[in-house]
Write a protein that binds this ligand. Structure first.
Ligand SMILES: Cc1cc2nc3c(=O)[nH]c(=O)nc-3n(C[C@H](O)[C@H](O)[C@H](O)COP(=O)(O)OP(=O)(O)OC[C@H]3O[C@@H](n4cnc5c(N)ncnc54)[C@H](O)[C@@H]3O)c2cc1C
Length: 467
């Protein structure tokens, strides 16, 4: 991933706005840039747009939407920004968080109403730290459906997505102004395209083991559950152009990936009354702090595994999620009429496990307090038959990246923007602060969609002004 001189570069074609990466950020940026009147080309290393976006649950956090109003949910930019900043203990930039929250509602309505992306408000449970219902997802609650809708919208808008095209180098002048990019085809052939503005939407560095070991050592050996193509290219180019990196130790972990099946088990099970035990049959944390930091706690348990424990009410809730249905189809769900029978099926120590189930029941009745500080009384007590899934903790997505401003412009170390470089989603500094515990559910797709939209608008304006 190198920077080549702009002077003397020969470009086979020219576009106004070039976008690297066809995940949520890249496709939203392209849709917006096109709508703003710019010629757009998207370059994607894979054969079809997928990215971590396709692997996600497709939950887009947004406030003040017509979907919320239709269900009587009162939300605001201030309330959502407050939830995000509370989770990261004020470590994120409040101006950036507010700009992203302000963009979120219009972005979701625009995607649904103008581009036919089938988003609706997700009801039935709140994610940790959410004051109100504000997740918007497609019916299957899967990122595959989301990226499919984005791709169809891009095609319908006449946007060319150049697939099997891995961006390898940027051409830039001494001032950091990008003149174009070089990309490589699977057969090794290289081509170069010139541009007036560039959007880096090629996400973070979760697929780059050396970068993870350097910036997030605690997850160096953990399962990486995001897109393998996210190799930190945006950070490499940005750094070479003099851009600042920020919050590189921040990431989205998850404490509930079915193991060894490799399917995401929704945290809704935990939020609505389920709990986790380790191989000794004992609880080890407050599951309601958040699924991101739970990844670290699960990995610290014997064998790096835990068991999600829940009942038939929650089994039905889980089945609303495509990932859960896949886990079930793969044989990940164990079911039994009693705690002891479930222990026999799963290999958990029966006495210790039965004691844990009884202690959770006592907390749900209000007869005991959770030593980890969780309030079990707020949800219905679990009732037999019980269900269990063996899970591990995983790294989903890195949250640190290129420093950007509220216009998605990539910033130099002195805070000045580079001339024509924009970034969003996993390529940019996120809104989760500097640690794993700062991730509020939804902090992944939110900056992908909103910064993507802002970057598309701003890149188009810049490119058109230079036309
Ligand atoms: C299992 C899982 C579940 C999740 N669920 C949610 C959720 O429900 N809600 C939420 O908010 N967040 C969720 N996230 C996080 C969310 O998926 C990411 O934050 C989001 O998808 C990032 O979008 P992006 O467009 O920046 O990156 P991506 O979607 O990863 O897209 C980046 C694209 O860039 C391409 N690329 C990389 N390098 C190059 C290159 N050099 N040249 C060309 N192309 C390149 C990649 O191939 C990829 O297609 C989840 C993550 C995972 C892993």
């Amino acid at each position: 991933m190198s920077i080549l001189p702009a002077a003397g570069a020969r470009f086979a074609a020219q576009t106004e706005v070039a976008v690297v990466g066809a995940g949520a950020c890249g496709l939203v940026a392209a849709l917006m840039a096109k709508e703003a009147g710019a010629e757009v080309l998207v370059f994607e290393r894979d054969a079809a747009p997928q990215g971590s976006t396709a692997m996600s649950s497709g939950m887009v956090m947004a406030c003040e939407t017509r979907f919320q109003r239709a269900k009587g949910v009162a939300d605001s930019v201030a309330l959502m920004a407050g939830d995000i900043l509370r989770k990261n203990h004020g470590e994120a930039d409040p101006a950036q968080v507010t700009a992203i929250c302000r963009e979120s509602g219009p972005a979701v309505e625009w995607l649904a109403d103008r581009h036919g992306v089938p988003l609706d408000l997700v009801e039935g449970f709140l994610y940790p730290g959410h004051s109100v219902l504000r997740m918007h997802a497609p019916p299957s609650r899967s990122g595959a459906e989301l990226i499919g809708a984005f791709t169809r919208a891009a095609e319908a808008s006449g946007i060319d997505i150049v697939t099997r095209a891995q961006a390898m180098a940027l051409h830039a002048d001494g001032d950091g102004r990008v003149a174009g990019l070089r990309y490589r085809r699977p057969d090794g052939a290289e081509e170069a395209v010139g541009c007036r503005a560039l959007v880096l939407a090629c996400s973070g560095f979760g697929g780059n083991k050396a970068m993870v070991a350097r910036h997030i050592p605690e997850m160096a050996e953990a399962l990486y559950f995001g897109h393998a193509g996210n190799q930190g290219d945006a950070m490499a180019w940005g750094t070479a152009l003099g851009a600042a990196l920020a919050d590189m130790g921040a990431y989205q972990g998850h404490g509930s990936v079915a193991h060894p099946h490799g399917a995401l088990v929704t945290w809704a099970l935990m939020m609505e009354g389920g709990f986790q035990v380790n191989a000794k049959g004992e609880r080890f944390s407050n599951e309601h702090r958040g699924y991101s930091e739970q990844a670290v706690d699960v990995i610290a348990q014997p064998g790096g595994i835990a068991w999600d424990i829940y009942d038939s009410r929650l089994h039905a809730l889980g089945r609303e999620f495509e990932d859960y249905r896949q886990a079930e189809a793969a044989g990940a769900v164990f079911s039994a009429a009693s705690a002891v029978a479930l222990a026999e099926k799963t290999g958990l120590p029966p006495e210790a496990f039965a004691r844990t189930v009884e202690s959770v029941a006592a907390m749900a009745r209000g007869a005991a307090r959770d030593p980890f500080g969780r309030d079990f009384a707020a949800k219905p007590a679990l009732a037999p038959p019980y269900h269990a899934i063996r899970v591990t903790g995983a790294l989903f997505h890195t949250q640190g990246g290129l420093a950007v401003d509220t216009k998605a412009r990539v910033l130099r170390k002195n805070g000045e923007p580079l001339p024509n470089l924009f970034a969003g989603g996993g390529a940019a500094r996120g809104i989760s602060g500097a640690h794993v515990w700062g991730y509020l559910s939804g902090n992944g797709l939110l900056p992908a969609v909103t910064l993507g939209r802002i970057a598309g608008r701003e890149a188009a304006a810049l490119a058109r002004a230079r036309a």
